[in-house]
Design a protein around this ligand. Structure first.
Ligand code: DOR
Ligand code: ZN
Length: 333
């Protein structure tokens, strides 16, 4: 069967760049890209300028989303003030303002004592912690150990390595409350570009695919990270690739058509699971997927303001048609 109608997807890890990075992306352009990609809800990371480390800034994003967003936008707030890895932010106030999770994404929380305290306070506040792990396997192992020791939960962002997959599988077996996400560029052969964590080897690609199939990894997120052409041409180039408009095609090509995942599991990884991790409502509406449509990406036609796709000129099998989402209700916080 080629045509399937499903509910809109949820992307739990995007960078919308508002405030401060509007030349790269805005909430309007980023959510236009999200809608075109089949997403009805996105959670946006707090590494904006200034970072989302106060309730006022979280409320600013929610207000801008209310005015300009085409899909539901759920802000993630900083774990530490200024993402400096030192003083914790006011988790209860950030939650009251509408933050759905906490992350210093872009930077690891290097100090173990700070992360331990964050896990405990976040559990009290009822907010998930999303850990940017760098070095990936080492910090993921530390944070899963801390979650186990403190009886709390942790979510591991953008898993790219076989060694991290193996560490998560071991922690899950021990009974640690851990969830994890990966991104399309980490399971697609032929992806390119500079991002953090970087692209790894084909053994890692296969380990990530297996982990999506066996439940070690719980969600697919894009880590949509727009940067302009001029910024990407500078030395050193900033880390990040966009992904909202290619996630479904990449997932169908690399996971469904390789026989790694069935459609039900694939779309659970892109809808129910991320919504459950963030405890946000499932978006309403409908999208249409042609699982067999063969098409070639023309990055000039993307709705994102930026062009830094990891898949320039790539041919995919599978495409999303979001037209039926027109009447989707946009959740207001
Ligand atoms: O590649 C990345 N880009 N990794 C991050 O952790 C941050 C992100 C960004 O904000 O551009
Ligand atoms: Zn990110």
């Amino acid at each position: 069967m080629a045509l399937v109608r499903i509910r809109p997807l949820v992307d739990m890890h995007v960078h919308l760049r508002e405030p401060g990075g509007e030349h790269k992306e805005t909430i309007a352009s980023g959510t236009a890209a999200a809608k075109a990609g089949g997403f009805g809800a996105v959670a946006c990371m707090p590494n904006t300028t200034p970072p989302l480390d106060t309730s006022e800034r979280v409320r600013f994003v929610i207000g801008r989303a209310r005015e300009t967003a085409l899909v539901s936008v759920y802000p993630i707030a900083c774990i530490t003030v200024g993402q400096r890895g030192e003083a914790l932010t006011d988790f209860a106030a950030l939650k009251a303002a509408g933050a759905v999770a906490l992350s210093d994404d872009g930077y690891p929380v290097a100090d173990e004592g700070v992360m331990r305290a964050a896990l405990i306070k976040a559990a009290e506040a009822g907010l998930p912690i999303i850990s940017h792990c760098e070095p990936e396997t080492q910090i993921a192992e530390r944070d899963m150990r801390l979650a186990g020791e403190t009886g709390t939960s942790v979510h591991i962002a953008h898993v790219s390595l076989r060694s991290t997959v193996e560490a998560i599988a071991r922690a899950k077996l021990r009974g640690v409350s851990v969830t994890a996400e990966t991104c399309p560029h980490y399971f697609t052969e032929g992806a390119s570009g500079k991002m953090n964590p970087p692209l790894a080897g084909s053994e890692d690609i296969w380990a990530v695919r297996r982990a999506l199939s066996d439940g070690t990894i719980d969600a697919i997120a894009t880590d949509h990270a727009p940067h302009t052409r001029a910024e990407k041409a500078a030395l050193p180039a900033p880390n990040g690739v966009i992904g909202l408009e290619t996630a479904v095609a990449a997932a169908l090509t690399a996971l469904y058509h390789t026989g790694t995942l069935g459609l039900d599991r694939l779309f659970a990884l892109m809808r129910e699971n991320p919504a459950k991790i963030l405890r946000i409502p499932l978006p309403e509406g409908e999208i249409e997927i042609d699982t067999d449509k063969i098409w070639t990406l023309d990055e000039e036609k993307l709705l994102s303001k930026s062009r830094n796709t990891p898949f320039p000129g790539m041919t995919f099998k599978g495409r999303v048609f979001p037209l039926l989402q027109e009447n989707a209700a946009i959740a207001t916080l």
